[in-house]
Structure formats: structure tokens, C-alpha cells
Design a protein around this ligand. Structure first.
Ligand code: TYD
Length: 150
């Protein structure tokens, strides 16, 4: 049986600040798989030219892990495990956010010119998405009653 006992609190910020290299007047921040990125990266993509009022996401993933990094500007994330939700704001290019699988997310409040880098643990696969919130709750149902007791 799938282990569904995780919560939104298992998603976490990753601070790349201390690996930062200062080279004369500019900064370099190295990202390394299985080190400061907690998985093997199979895909990277970035979102840009995002209209300010646009909301992205509105889905969960069954297997995919992601690290989202606000390379420029800022945006907010609403994450939800079917029982508890949490809002986080990303605005510092050295602080990313790690999504474990099975978490519903919305991304919104993009500032003009925001640039969002996403590192992903899997190649693109539409069948890994859960795009309907009712289906997401059904997927999470075995865990929700346990989580509600915590
Ligand atoms: P989606 O993941 O739903 O975007 P968001 O999380 O920003 O709301 O993807 C939007 C569209 O782009 C969808 O039709 C799938 C397609 N897509 C790919 O073809 N490959 C990819 O790697 C990604 C991330 C999306």
C-alpha cells in the first residue's frame, strides 16, 4: 500500500545561501543533485512572462518531487495535503521550496517579471497529475482520517 502519511509540513524550504560563492562582484549558487537538491533532477523548466493576476498549478502529483526557486521577483504558494493547508511566499533566489509528492498546490501573486525555476525528479508525464481536487481528496482519503486525528 502507498505510504500517504505525509503532510504539508513535510514540504520544506531549502536554503542555498550557505553554498553561495562570491566571485568579485557577483554571486554563484551551485545546485547539486542528491546534495542540496534532494533528488536526481530529470527535468528543469522555468515560468516567465506570467500575467500578475494569473494563478498556476491547481494540481497534485503522484510521484513527482519538485524544487521551485524564485530566480527573479516573488510569488506565493498555497499547498494542501487534503487535511491541512499552508501558504508560503518565495522571494529570495537562494531559498527554494521542496514539494514532496501528493501535495495539491496553487501558485499566484507573481510580481511583474517574476522568473520561477522548477527542478523536477521525473520527466513530464500527464498521468502523474491529479488535476481535479475531488479526485485528489479521494487519492488522499486513506490518510486524511489519520491526519485529522493528529
Ligand atoms: P502545468 O504543469 O499544468 O503548469 P502549471 O503547474 O504552471 O499550472 O503545465 C501546463 C501545460 O504545459 C500542460 O498542458 C502540460 C504542459 N507541460 C509540458 O508539456 N511539459 C512540462 O514539462 C510541463 C511542466 C508542462
Amino acid at each position: 500500500m502507498k505510504n500517504l502519511s505525509y503532510t504539508v509540513d513535510d514540504c520544506s524550504f531549502i536554503d542555498f545561501e550557505f553554498e553561495k560563492i562570491q566571485d568579485n562582484s557577483f554571486l554563484i549558487d551551485p545546485l547539486q543533485c542528491n546534495q542540496n537538491i534532494p533528488f536526481e533532477v530529470k527535468r528543469m523548466y522555468y515560468m516567465y512572462d506570467i500575467p500578475q493576476l494569473m494563478s498556476r498549478g491547481g494540481h497534485g502529483h503522484k510521484r513527482l518531487q519538485q524544487v521551485v526557486i524564485p530566480l527573479q521577483g516573488s510569488f506565493s504558494l498555497q499547498i494542501d495535503d487534503g487535511c491541512k493547508s499552508r501558504e508560503v511566499h518565495l522571494s529570495i533566489p537562494t531559498i527554494g521550496f521542496h514539494f514532496i509528492p501528493g501535495i495539491w498546490r496553487e501558485v499566484y501573486d507573481f510580481t511583474p517579471g517574476a522568473l520561477c525555476l522548477v527542478l523536477a525528479s521525473e520527466v513530464y508525464e500527464e498521468r502523474d497529475y491529479i488535476r481535479n481536487y475531488e479526485e485528489f481528496l479521494e487519492y488522499r482519503l486513506p490518510a486524511i482520517s489519520d491526519l485529522a486525528r493528529l
